[in-house]
Design a protein around this ligand. Structure first.
Ligand code: AMP
Length: 462
């Protein structure tokens, strides 16, 4: 097995790697570091969690240790698709370069131009940026890219998803063609292939653990639920989520809950909070400073549940996540792998639950085809409240009905209350009147049909 000491890295870098507690290089590091140090272009096909950040940061620091930065002319450039990812690369850079005098600047949106200008003016060895913000600085005439010797493109497939490819092409053209390029992508979509054919020169290609591989340390489970009514879907799923959390108990130390839409991210976080659970949302519409605060809180263990969209969570390095919940089945099958890859890292145990309804059948099949396994179906721990609609009384044959017995037994009174299910000991709760919690519908007096009261209450609760 290769050791870090055999990779020709600067002794100062080796010291920092040792201090970080890394014993052996990961496959992407073993494959990418030697050609990078030889000055070759590198095409790394690797997803996050494989150690790819160090695979470009360590050789960069080694190569940049000779020479000095000039004002407004960074010597190297790292492009990342999101602010969080860029900030994370910057953090990694700080860890690995702590024994050197190299300087860096982070150019991301949501931070004042003035501060960033001052750093660039002083001269930086490493500039870490999101593409849009970099071009903003360039257009303001504050930045020259003609001194860039090494350019890194990280998470190129996500850049593609986010529509950044034209920006990337433009940035490539603003840097000297003699530059060295280190290019990373989890997948090789045709558009990515075109870019690498155009801008990389005879790259060393390193492919590790394909995106379709899910870690063996992750226990996967799928909770299948057929809502009584289509418009109950989201509400039911929130109740199921709470029931799973309750069922997992203390084993669920912290979790990322993935939703497909930003609005859903907000609703789920709000709903969990309302039920006394410590949750915060994170998505692209939130202020940068707010996102960083939430992320910090989650890392520190002050926040137990992080409700996230794919874009916001992609590539975030959060160690020790015990659980991942797919509140929604992801639209792109590959995102399933990325999402559940947030748990079970570095050999630790992790659990990934996916909540699915019949509307997700096609997408579940796409995920299962990709990961080449059938996600084990587990009992639905949540029992839908009885008597909500006519269908509730008659339809006992669906997934919810089938598993109701087991789940009903397992659920505590608190769980039932949280799920909006009346405790059986409270007979009056069966009546719509008391369920509505005093929310009367004008003109209906006490004769409020149960299902109206229930759905009204549900709307209030969400
Ligand atoms: P990345 O894929 O760059 O996001 O890295 C994922 C995680 O692996 C980060 O927490 C790194 O600190 C950690 N890591 C990177 N390289 C190694 C290594 N050689 N040994 C152990 N952990 C590592």
């Amino acid at each position: 097995m290769t050791k870090f000491s055999e990779l020709n890295l600067d002794p100062k870098v080796l010291k920092a790697v040792e201090a970080a507690g890394y014993e052996t290089p990961t496959p992407i590091q073993e494959g990418a570091i030697p050609p990078a140090l030889e000055g070759r272009d590198v095409l790394g096909i690797a997803q996050t969690g494989t150690g790819k950040t160090a695979s470009f940061t360590l050789p960069m620091i080694t190569m940049l240790s000779k020479g000095r930065a000039r004002a407004r002319m960074p010597r190297s450039l790292v492009l990342a698709p999101t602010r969080e990812l860029a900030a994370q690369v910057a953090e990694n850079f700080d860890i690995y370069s702590k024994n050197t005098k190299l300087t860096k600047a982070l150019l991301i949106g949501g931070v004042s131009f003035k501060e960033q200008d001052a750093l660039i003016d002083r001269g930086v060895d490493v500039l870490i940026a999101t593409p849009g913000r970099l071009l903003d600085h360039f257009e303001r005439g504050k930045l020259l890219l003609t001194g860039v010797q090494i350019m890194v493109v990280d998470e190129a497939d996500r850049m593609l998803d986010m529509g950044f490819i034209p920006d990337i092409e433009r940035i490539f053209q603003l840097t000297p063609f003699t530059r060295q390029t280190l290019f990373f992508s989890a997948t090789m979509a045709p558009e990515i292939e075109r870019i690498t054919n155009t801008f990389l020169s005879n790259p060393a290609k390193i492919e590790v653990a394909r995106a379709a591989t899910t870690s063996e340390t992750i226990t996967q489970a799928l909770v299948y639920h057929t809502p009584r009514r289509k418009d109950y879907t989201a509400k039911d799923k929130r109740a199921i989520l709470r029931s799973i959390i309750e069922q997992e108990g203390e084993a669920c130390t912290n979790a990322i809950i993935f939703c497909n839409r930003k609005t859903e991210v907000d609703i789920v976080a709000k709903s969990l909070k309302k039920h006394g659970l410590n949750a915060e949302p994170i998505h692209g519409d939130l202020e940068q400073s707010h996102r960083m605060r939430v992320l910090g809180g989650f890392r520190e263990g002050e926040i137990r549940f992080l409700c996230a969209s794919d874009v916001a969570a992609r590539g975030l390095d959060i160690p020790n996540v015990s659980h991942v919940f797919n509140f929604d089945v992801p639209g792109h099958a590959e995102d399933y792998v990325h999402r559940i890859g947030r748990t079970g890292r570095a050999g630790r145990e992790g659990k990934a639950f996916t909540i699915a309804t019949p509307l997700d059948d096609r997408q579940i099949k796409a995920v299962e085809d990709l990961v080449k396994l059938t996600i084990p179906r587990v009992d639905n721990p949540w029992t839908p409240p009885a008597g909500r609609t006519k269908a509730d009384k008659t339809d006992k044959s669906d997934a919810g009905g089938k598993t109701a017995d087991k789940g009903g037994k397992a659920a505590t009174a608190e769980g039932r209350a949280a799920a909006g299910k009346p405790d059986k000991s409270d007979k009056s709760a069966e009546r719509g009147k008391s369920r509505s919690g005093g929310n009367k519908v004008l003109g209906m007096g006490d004769h409020l049909p149960t299902f109206i009261a229930k759905s009204f209450e549900e709307r209030m609760a969400s």
